[in-house]
Design a protein around this ligand. Structure first.
Ligand SMILES: Cc1ncc(C[n+]2csc(CCOP(=O)(O)OP(=O)(O)O)c2C)c(N)n1
Ligand SMILES: [Mg+2]
Length: 898
């Protein structure tokens, strides 16, 4: 076979001996059968590994537990008590969801996910997850989002949440409610890591673990005590974000990372791999990527059967049965399993002869076997040099009774009848805690509470105390204060570029360099870049600050003799992520939340190709906002025409609009270096001095121009979104106002000159740095007026600033909807015309593109004259004159739909 063809290229130093081995194998298959041959081969491979022979890794193993019973460690807890705790939590979680949906039909919530994963969490809470009471960061835990009810139920039992809070599950308006899923934005003292947009939690957990090593290797913080745990659904593994970065975790040797995949074989609609085996598929993927894989497939009661399986028939059946069938066994009786799973083969049937149907039905899956899980977690936390994934097989809706368990509809079930609650109560042995007369169709099922001095409560709290306190808990306590950079870091950029033309991108690179050089602030800067540093001219930072590489640099770089060589180092500062905007965002989140997760404020600057930011990783930016991350996002090579040549998929004309919908984001489109520096300085102040959990997005352009020095008195206008940049020329008859942003300042300035020279129009120029900011301020004003009709009404800032006369024309390198954000607040006596780059980008020169999109100076002139003409201020012939003067094709296609 081609895939094994490599063998024939290796030297065979003893062909006779080779033949003997082959003959032996043939004989074993012939006499002992394939199962026997497999066993011998596996044993040989194991021995080869022990002898460090270095055979290629196998990517899959049989469908049994990775840890054999004889290697299971002693279980140090009180199994009985922990089982009781689990029962109470299961019950309370179910009651919470059921009550919520009784009180408000349709409010939602999930029962089945936590029911399948209760043991996965509880073994962690009782034995592994480290809290923060010792003053350290503790473990970082990513909970499966829709398992939240179980996490609330535990916090309630621990006395951290009240009954009233549980009763406000998914009822947050008015305060005091519990958010549907882990949302630090909504429950900032509780949840730390948002997870529910599937795939993002797993991705972020990898980069969190990597960031901990980064902090450690850079000697900023000792993070060796923090383990990252990520709980993931098996269906969630189909998200590309879930598996997309797992090789990084292995490459970076993230032995501080443990994933637990809840393999209940189901997702929302039905089976994850009805025709296959998700655990086997995931095992191969993870092993191939270099992870340790621990499968926890079968509960302890299967051990005895497997031990007696001398013919390997049980193993065979386990290997052959597809997940769709396993799901069926979860809902059928023991008799059905005896017939269909064990039945067809008489040897297999004999194996379970001594078991009743009920006992067969109760042969548990590994993910519900507490001891097996304990063994897996212990191994995972002790294996050095690689991340570990635990693949735990469970039943979705476990213990919730026959109407819920394993059903295809189980995911969305959120109501239980009195009879179903009775079954649950019996299943969990809660007859004492939940008296019969507390249940009824007209009754509200009760929560189980534990008196403070009860043995079980004491045990629970004792375990958490031994592990440094309860979780999840989000707390901002600064361990290592962040000193703001010296003002001098900004001076160079604020002073303009002198006689030399520069772009806002190069100015930003200088600013970033200056910030990194600041002796106290500098080390806290985290420059993040996804393989575009050269495009942005940021490769100049490589040599000086180093690229972070956990293993240092094991080679001499090809450009070692150059001044700006590619320098990798264990203490390197730059996160050069390679081509992954998603991974870069995950690093951004890890760095941007470090003020809370580690108590060490870090300042991320993530610079990306603006087109591949908001639209590519918008969900991760939303995740960052939910996580209350702080930091700077820089959309470089911004604009639809400034980035000449690249064309349709590169030219960004709408990231500012996408940013406009994010409530935590500030979105700026600076024209000049001093504006950019002023915004960055202001952002640093707001995020790390005033402690506001916001994100700053700035566009950076690659068009060179002379950068003017910062004029006096404009700083406030720059950060508030609009300020007068140039007065109207004296003496002209007509007036107009032109708003510009970003690189369109050039067209606006040229238009101002043309209007004065040819058309007797005096246009004043304003720099519009943020339409989002202006709109939000206007909305706030509008709301205030609406709700305070008896008070003197207030005027929106943008309305005040634009109080002059004549039409208002706005031009930018973005689509018209960006300036349109303020249209409603332009004073009523003025018209408003946005010019913008609607439509698909294309390859050409800047001049050609600006003509195409109708944003060049002549189009600004024409738009101004047309607006004046529409108001009766000038004759329409003037517009025609300008059209002719500048050679504008009035019959050409509309670029918006071209
Ligand atoms: C990106 C995204 N798409 C869809 C959903 C909706 N959703 C929530 S849970 C779920 C099914 C989850 O299945 P699985 O990952 O197997 O978790 P389980 O509940 O089975 O443990 C889906 C599709 C989501 N939360 N995020
Ligand atoms: Mg699932």
């Amino acid at each position: 076979m081609i895939i094994d063809g490599f063998v024939h290229q290796l030297p065979d130093t003893d062909p006779v001996e080779t033949q003997e081995w082959l003959d032996s194998l043939d004989a074993v298959v012939g006499i002992g059968g394939k199962a026997r041959a497999r066993f011998l081969m596996s044993t040989l491979l194991e021995r080869a590994r022990e002898l460090q022979v270095g055979t290629p890794a196998t990517v899959s193993t049989p469908y049994v537990n990775t840890i054999p019973p004889e290697e299971e460690p002693f279980f140090p807890g009180d199994e009985d008590i922990e089982r009781r705790i689990r029962s109470f939590i299961r019950w309370n979680a179910a009651v919470m969801v059921v009550k919520a949906n009784k009180a408000a039909d349709g409010i939602g919530g999930h029962l089945a996910t936590f029911a399948s994963s209760a043991a996965l969490y509880e073994v962690g809470f009782n034995h592994f997850f480290r809290g923060k009471d010792d003053g350290l960061a503790g473990d970082h835990i990513y909970f499966q989002g829709h398992a939240a009810p179980g996490i609330y139920a535990r916090a309630f039992l621990e006395g951290r949440l009240t009954e009233d809070q549980l009763d406000h599950f998914r009822r947050e308006v008015g305060g005091g409610g519990l958010s549907s899923y882990p949302h630090p934005r909504l429950m900032p003292d509780f949840w730390e890591y948002p997870t529910v947009s599937m795939g993002l939690g797993p991705l972020c957990s990898i980069y969190q673990a990597r960031f901990n090593k980064y902090l450690h290797n850079r000697k900023i913080e000792d993070t060796s005590g923090s383990r990252v745990w990520c709980f993931i659904g098996d269906g969630e593994c189909d998200e590309p974000e879930t598996l997309g970065s797992i090789s990084l975790a292995a490459r970076e040797q993230l032995d501080n990372l443990t994933w637990v995949v809840n393999c209940n074989l189901q997702r929302l609609d039905g089976p994850v791999r009805g025709n296959g085996k998700v655990i086997q598929e995931l095992e191969a993927v993870f092993r191939g990527a270099g992870w340790n894989v621990i499968k926890v497939v079968w509960g302890g009661k299967w051990d005895e059967l497997l031990m007696r399986d001398v013919d390997g028939v049980l193993l065979n059946k386990m290997n052959e049965t597809v997940d769709g069938e396993f799901q069926r066994y979860a809902v059928e009786s023991g008799a059905y399993a005896r017939e269909h799973f064990f039945g067809p083969d008489p040897r297999l049937r004999r194996l379970v002869e001594h078991l009743s149907d009920e006992e067969i039905r109760n042969l548990p899956r590994g993910g519900h076997d507490y001891r097996k899980l304990y063994a897996a977690y212990k191994a995972a936390t002790e294996l050095p040099g690689a991340p570990t994934v635990i693949l735990a097989k469970t039943i979705k809706g476990w213990t919730l009774g026959p109407d819920v368990e394993g059903r295809n509809a189980t995911h969305g079930i959120k109501k239980m009848t009195t009879d179903q609650l009775r079954i649950l109560r019996e299943r969990l042995y809660l007859q004492e805690e939940v008296p019969e007369d507390s249940l009824g169709d007209d009754k509200v099922p009760p929560y189980i509470t534990l008196p403070e001095d009860s043995e079980i409560r004491q045990y629970m709290l004792g375990r958490r105390k031994a592990l440094d306190g309860s979780l999840p808990r989000r707390e901002v306590r600064t361990k290592r204060k962040l000193e703001m950079p010296a003002e001098t870091a900004f001076d160079e950029v604020l002073g303009g570029s002198g006689k030399q033309a520069a772009s806002t991108t190069t100015a930003f690179t200088r600013l970033l360099r200056n910030l990194c050089r600041d002796p106290r602030f500098g080390p806290r800067v985290v420059p993040i870049i996804p393989d575009e540093a050269r495009t942005f001219g940021m490769d100049s930072l490589f040599k000086e600050f180093g690229i972070y590489a956990s293993q240092g640099q094991l080679y001499e770089p090809v450009d070692h003799s150059l001044l700006l060589s590619y320098k990798e180092s264990q203490s390197g500062q730059i996160l050069e992520e390679g081509i992954t905007e998603a991974g870069s965002m995950a690093s951004f989140i890890a760095a941007g939340t470090s003020y809370a997760t580690q108590g060490v404020p870090m300042v991320p600057f993530f610079t990306f190709y603006s087109m591949f930011g908001w639209q590519r990783v918008g969900d991760l930016i939303w995740q960052a906002s939910d996580a209350r991350a702080r930091g700077f996002l820089l959309g470089a090579t911004a604009g639809r025409t400034t980035l000449l040549g690249e064309g349709l998929q590169h030219q960004d004309g709408h990231s500012l609009l996408l940013a406009s919908v994010n409530p935590a984001a500030e979105a700026y489109d600076p024209a000049f270096a001093y504006e950019m520096a002023t915004i960055v300085r202001h952002g640093l102040q707001r995020m790390w001095v005033d402690d506001e959990d916001v994100i700053y997005y700035l566009t950076l352009y690659n068009e060179n121009q002379i950068m003017p020095p910062m004029p006096d008195g404009v700083a406030e206008g720059v950060v508030e979104g609009l300020y007068r940049w140039a007065d109207a020329p004296e003496g002209a008859e007509h007036r107009a106002t032109i708003l510009f942003s970003g690189s369109a300042n050039l067209a606006a300035r040229e238009a101002q000159a043309q209007l004065a020279e040819h058309y007797d129009v005096a246009a004043e120029l304003f720099s519009a740095t943020s339409y989002k900011k202006l709109r939000e301020q206007a909305l706030t004003t509008e709301r205030w007026n609406r709700l305070h009709p008896d008070q003197p009404s207030r005027t929106a800032r943008v309305t005040e600033i634009l109080e002059g006369d004549g039409p208002v024309i706005a031009v930018s390198d973005f689509i018209k909807a960006v300036p349109d954000q303020i249209a409603r607040w332009v004073p009523a006596h003025r018209s408003f015309t946005p010019l913008g780059t609607d439509g698909f980008g294309r390859s050409d020169t800047r001049e050609a593109l600006r003509r195409h999109f109708e944003t060049d100076a002549p189009h600004v002139v024409v738009a101004t004259l047309a607006a004046l003409a529409a108001g009766g201020d000038v004759k329409p012939e003037l517009v025609a004159d300008a059209v002719a003067r500048y050679g504008i094709d009035t019959e050409g296609p509309d670029p918006r739909i071209a």
